[in-house]
Write a protein that binds this ligand. Sequence first.
Ligand SMILES: [Cu+2]
Length: 172
Amino acid sequence: MKKIALALSAALLCQMAMAKGIQTGAAYARPTVEGQSAGGVFVNLKNTDKKDNVLVGASVQPSIAGSTELHTHINENGVMKMREVKDGIPLPAGKTQKLEPGGYHVMLMDLKQPLTVGKTFPLTLKFKDGSSKQVTVRVRKMQDTMKHDHGHDHGGHDHNHGGHDHGGHDHH
Ligand SMILES: [Cu+2]
């Protein structure tokens, strides 16, 4: 008898947790300057579900950015570099995954306008289980205690033309 009651309450608890899914904290972005083409968005994602989930994508209005990518930072020979995470950002059951500077983040690519302090815009997060959630991103200044400049030197846009030696074309 006691066993049945326990099983029942467990089932109820489970259902309640299922309904909650992913809880989001306050989403924010760092301000960008004119001409800066990419900016990071950060938010804490708490998976209140009993199952692991994955953040598989994000989207914003076309007036904000052309596309988005999910990024992480890796330490490569002492240099912090950003990498796209193709498999998404893992959201383990019952845990809070922090998207924060120096770690996972949503990268807004091809920004249509600078992200200025105080500006807000909606961001839709898409999860592996097919659900999605809209959050409001607020652009705010960060306490820049660590000298880590996100947004500059974005990976993949490094056009190094060194090594092209055009010597020898010496027309007299
Ligand atoms: Cu990035």
